[in-house]
Design a protein. Sequence first.
Length: 473
Amino acid sequence: MKTIICGGTIISASDEYKADILIEDGKIAQIGIDLSKIDVDEIIDANEKLVLPGGVDVHTHFDLPMFNTVSSDDHYSGHKAAAFGGTTTVIDFVPQTGNDLKKDIDGWLKKSEPKAAIDYGFHMNISIFNQDVADQIPGLIDLGITSLKVFTAYNSTLRLPDADIFKVMRIAKKYGFLTMLHAENGDIIEILVQEAVTAGNLTPEWHAHTRPAWGAVEAVTRGISFSAQTEAPLYIVHMNAAGEVDQLAYGRDLGLQVMGETCPQYLFFTVEQLLRPDGSKWICSPPMRSEEDNQRLWLGIMEGTIQVVGTDHCPFFFDGSKSITYEEIDIKIPGKELGKEDFTKIPNGLPGVGDRLPILWTEGVGKGRITPNQFVAVTATNPAKIFGLYPKKGVIQPGSDADIVIWDPNKRLTYGVEWSKHRTDYNLYEGWELEGYPVKVFLRGKCIVDGKKWQGNAGEGKFIKRMPFGQVI
Ligand code: DUC
Ligand code: ZN
Ligand code: ZN
């Protein structure tokens, strides 16, 4: 099968140029001028449109059991929502349930393989650590899992002691894993939550008050110091506080191998959001901060201190007592209402995988905060380089997978739950006016989104084995 995307303007992380793209057997075969003369099966007209590499979201939680429920997008509905928003590759986190890492990975593969509609990989959470687990970690490279997530919070469940994080990073250094850090101070959170509950402070804003920014800043600094002492690269996930960006800049100025990710919610929203009657929609960990934090994060992206915009997509229904219709089936999954009377019971997490590109384009490129090249860098090329997917993913060049988004920079719409395809009952950006949106999305040469039409299928997404020793940028 041969296809030509003709007449569009290709945007890469560094350039912008008008050219045609020849796609053959799912890969980009050629880029050049006047390729439409070649005899092909299909010609796609991209005149007056932009042509971008498919987005790479390296931070999703599909079908994740937590808070007595489960995140409401699974590996099909989440992939479909991602595709509608221009994302063609995701990396999801495998929770560790015991001492057998392979068992957890096989379980996650078993549920994702038949559902996957875009390409995907896995990170491995390391939340239980002992010699047995340490001995199994190197074997993950052969499975194509080359990143490990560790936590300095969630004391009784996910957190590792500092000594164990240090040991994990030593293993990571030796075998070429990237360590990803969830940075908050678990001890202080425990005390503050206990005090809030005792005082009867149970409304949603207390979720933020009990997870202070200082804890995040301190934990980022701790992580950077571990990176310095182990000489292992470190990636800080979901950066949310100004001080974290300052610390990351400090580490990078010293030449350390430290990188960072933020997510759209931390660029736009503040703790004020939690005071609304529907404030629980914005509950996630780490929490929303202040406008100063929003501004410093934007600056971090602009100046290159932050390399990636991911999502931490982990949606729940706002009102899981009522069903929604999803692909003609009524579905309801317990959600934020579980914590109506007590913020500690609100499932932590937000929808976002489909919102990322459209929101960042309008608010970032449209408002002159970042260039179209920076947009491509932080949403596709950088994550692909850092996580061992490049140049298969994250770039439009001969030999790469033909994961391509045809983007209409002039398309205007009022965004919200009707546009986003997440399997939940709300959208954080309801009513936002957007300019710029995907019109066609290709996965390995197949058009899976055509305007409002879904042409993808469960089971067509491929598990991608990633390379160790990803780039440090
Ligand atoms: N934070 C959330 O809010 N949800 C899932 C995981 C995480 O780190
Ligand atoms: Zn996290
Ligand atoms: Zn997460």
